[in-house]
Design a protein around this ligand. Sequence first.
Ligand SMILES: Nc1ncnc2c1ncn2[C@@H]1O[C@H](COP(=O)(O)OP(=O)(O)OP(=O)(O)O)[C@@H](O)[C@H]1O
Length: 696
Amino acid sequence: MKKVYPPEENVLDRSIRFLKGVGPKRAALLIKLGVKTIEDLLFLFPRRYEDRRHITPMSSIEPDTFATLLVRVVGVEKRTTRKRNLELTIATITDGSQIAQALWFNRKRLENILLPGTVVALYGKARKSFGLLQVINPEFEIVEAEGSPEEVGKIVPVYPLTEGLNQRWLRLLVRQALMEYLPYVEEFMPPEILARNGLPSLKDALLGYHYPDDERCWKLCRKRLAFDELFLLQLGLAVKKTQLKNEAKAPRLSWHGPLQRDFIERCLNFELTGAQRKVLQEIADDVTKDVPMNRLLQGDVGSGKTVIAVAAMLASADAGFQSALMVPTEVLAKQHYSKISAWLDELNLKATLLTSSLTPQERQKAYDDIKMGKSNIVIGTHALIQEGVEFQRLGLVVIDEQHRFGVLQRLTLADKGKCPHVLVMTATPIPRTLALTVYGDLSVSVIDELPPGRSPIKTQWIRKSRLHDLYQFIKDRLSLGEQAYWVCPLIDESESLDATSVLERYESLCEEFSGFKVGLLHGRLDVAGKYEAYEAFVRHEMDLLVATSVIEVGVDVPSASIIVIEDAYRFGLSQLHQLRGRVGRGSIKGFCFLLGEAPTPEAKRRFKVLCSTNDGFVIAEEDLKLRGPGAFCGVRQHGITDFKVADLVKDVELLQKARVEAQKLVSADPMLSKNPLLKRKLLITLGEALSLALTA
Ligand SMILES: Nc1ncnc2c1ncn2[C@@H]1O[C@H](COP(=O)(O)OP(=O)(O)OP(=O)(O)O)[C@@H](O)[C@H]1O
């Protein structure tokens, strides 16, 4: 009999202990699968399905295949195998055409269930033993005279399991939950969104995703459930964005002010590219309003993002505000500092460097300058977000290489000003899908053009047997006054047996390139040592720099034309692209050599992609496909790409639809007050982060 629940109680929040057959032991096992409530169980989705729609006559069963049989039990006996002391239950079965056996190991009391004459449906793997057909450890179901059989003739879900639970029991439990509780599932999606996107109701989608009639039905149900995941996230982001727009007032910066103009016209010895001008205009449109900018600037390696950042920071200075530039490494902070402070000197402005390797006195001086408003632009690593750093008037924050900082860090830095504009720059282009998902609250600008005169970098994969040809090639180029990087994955030999260490390679290259100046740069040098090596290379006091991947981000030496990446298989695709981007940054043609074996098919694929394209966006999409969104730029930590159904690679189109719908809905109903069920669902799904935005 159906239970009746009081209306105020959310029935689906009830513990799974409310279901028949779930005691404390099984409840504890279900928790391991993330299932605590009835709702969790309804949303525990199959990891695959078994197609049992076709009942196979025994006469046409092929050995070693899975089959569904409908049979009558003739008799059952129990045996203990002598060899391994297993308890064996053997049922003799027939489908009317011939006799076969069903075998189970260590299954208690089967003989009490499989009484002679019982009709059962079996599903399992068949084999032939001495000419006799056998089905081993099949799943079975008693086919009762009245009522339809549960799983015969159906596509049957296969759920994730944990030790101590069996598939059939879990399947029956989910079925029980569907039968009893599906009526309580509330539709939270506005009907017009369902209609516009051709989506089924949530009830139908849940039922059909657990027990699809056919593939078409499954696809449709999957589409609804994936849409929900993508839509709720986009909705959350849209709500937050609207709230930011409404509440916080950011400083209005001046565009085309004297400092910015002087910088572009006097300090730069080149014309901005069309793409750079377009992006600057997009930034101008944002920062001249009092709504805080939240913009992601994507541009391939060497596309000229730094110049954009500086021009934007000068717009801040023109309006009397300070700016902060946060970068991921000290070497990069110093590099930017030396470049930017040279420009600022010309403009009579002050840049301040803030990294964790400053002496206490230096740090205090930097803090004072920042607090008193003496520094116009502060450049630093994560030291910038530490306590003690106080800005007098922070107008703009630029964060380089966003995905190395967490979203949290981004917010902390923004907190240092009243409500500064934020520009996030990334050199590893984030695939569209991921950018929309993870940074859905950011507007996106793209620099899709390289400065003129760059020819594409030529990339080649070579084996170590051809090392001497490579040496010769490099020597020829170095003799022309060019420079080269040689990158190894490890610092010393002890770290691994099969990869060449930077120290070992440095020694052999010093010998090989005795007529040239060879330098060494790795992560274990102290910051001063690292920077010294890097500076010497910039000043061309070094021809060949042997380094670990510390040079990966942002290092900018236009006369470097060759990069050799040894044991390249140890690097990820995006990282290889970043490394390759260290060359070909000026008018000299760049060469990249991927040196060594490709021990796995995946490594081979990476090399192939790199050799065939220089387009960072194509590479990033490919990287996402190869590694999945979790590994790609470590976004998993944000926990928002952990979808159960949606797939960021396959569901791009759906994501875009979900985004459009979410934005439309929020602009019509910013607090979701006309959609209380949706609001509740959103708060449950995205939790704390949104509660303030929606309750304010
Ligand atoms: N419009 C331009 N014309 C010519 N050279 C340019 C132009 N814009 C930038 N450059 C030069 O190109 C090089 C790369 O620029 P920049 O360092 O700003 O690129 P980036 O996008 O920050 O690169 P990465 O992501 O690799 O750090 C620099 O030497 C810079 O001075």
